[in-house]
Ligand binder design. Structure first.
Ligand SMILES: [Zn+2]
Ligand SMILES: [Zn+2]
Length: 335
């Protein structure tokens, strides 16, 4: 049974996956090991697991429970103190969204409607997990390519993990956005989108409802944010009706990466607001709906994080964001 342990100094929760560590070969990465038991056949082309209901609106997309869940959905939620340490048993949910029946590796190579169904599926599952009441946060993310945590390039899929605590990175964003809102009475992301669209020098591509840009203080080569132009704090409510437009901008962006940056490994994470109804600290986040703005962070894995970054939290980005954006804007993509 995995265990959630809180760092007593900075408040960051860590999942201690004790059972996995005993398996040889798992020391390199433990984030996406679904294919390991099926070396001869793809476990997603030959899915024998029962689909989760309510799952997907499309026959092409299936949701199943992860066989190697980082958190255990069947466990009872228990929180305990060990001296000055906080511990929660590994309660949570870990689901896999199998994005295609075909053996396609990159989501960018799926038809637009199918990509849109993947986003609709995330929203269906998030709404369902929110109702549980014991979860504080849900993260939908994708690892593509061997250095991004996906063991083989294999079969296009993504993960949905619900946690009983709030991740520190999310908390940092919430605090920053709230501070800005308290001072200016506006959403920092809405203001940022306005300024970026006006300046245009960090924009990679744009659709009617979304904009993809290299952030002003990018940490990694070609780090990109995809932001909805309409304000909404939650992905699962804000995406309604915009799934196809999100599919369009993600496809455009990923095709530029495939052509211009040699199809690199990448991670994407959906940064949505915490489940506010279930959060015992909800009063603290009373302006959450106005001050936070969901978005996607996309991180191609072209740089290794070294000692300096790990020791300081400072990242060194080798190319100015404006030059990266200009380069990607210039990459022609097929229709
Ligand atoms: Zn497959
Ligand atoms: Zn906003």
């Amino acid at each position: 049974m995995p265990e959630l342990r809180k760092d007593p100094v900075i408040g960051r929760w860590v999942i201690i996956a004790s059972e996995r560590a005993r398996r040889p070969g798992n020391f390199i990465d433990t984030s996406d090991i679904e294919l390991e038991d099926d070396k001869t056949e793809c476990a997603f082309c030959n899915n024998r697991r029962k689909p989760i209901v309510p799952g997907s609106p499309s026959e092409e997309v299936t949701v199943v429970r992860s066989r190697d869940a980082v958190l255990d959905g069947s466990a009872e939620f228990q929180r305990a103190k060990r001296g000055l340490y906080d511990v929660i048993n590994g309660f949570g949910a870990h689901e896999i969204v199998i994005e295609s029946r075909e053996h396609v590796a990159n989501i960018a190579d799926l038809p637009l409607d199918q990509m849109a169904s993947v986003f609709e599926t995330y929203a269906i599952r998030m709404r369902h997990l929110e109702k549980d009441g014991r979860f504080q946060y849900v993260l939908a993310y994708k690892n593509y390519g061997p250095t991004a945590g996906s063991r083989k390039i294999g079969h296009s899929r993504s993960h949905i993990v619900a946690t009983p605590v709030q991740p520190l990175r999310v908390k940092e964003k919430l605090i920053g956005a709230k501070k800005y809102f308290d001072a200016r009475k506006s959403c920092i992301y809405c203001d940022l989108i306005r300024q970026e669209i006006e300046a245009r020098d960090r924009i990679v591509c744009e659709t009617e409802r979304f904009v993809a840009l290299i952030p002003f203080a990018a940490r990694f080569l070609f780090e990109t944010w995809i932001l909805p132009k309409d304000h909404h704090c939650d992905f699962h409510n804000g995406i309604k009706g915009n799934e196809k437009d999100l599919a369009l901008i993600l496809k455009m962006y990923l095709q530029k990466l495939q052509t211009g940056v040699d199809d690199p490994a990448y991670n994407f994470v959906i940064q949505t607001a915490p489940f506010h109804a279930a959060d015992p600290n909800a009063a603290k986040w009373k302006t959450l709906q106005q001050d936070y703005h969901w978005h996607i962070e996309l991180m191609p894995r072209l740089t290794r994080v070294a000692g300096f970054e790990k020791g300081t939290g400072f990242y060194i980005c080798a190319i100015p964001p404006e030059d990266m954006a200009e380069y990607l804007r210039g990459i022609e993509i097929k229709d």
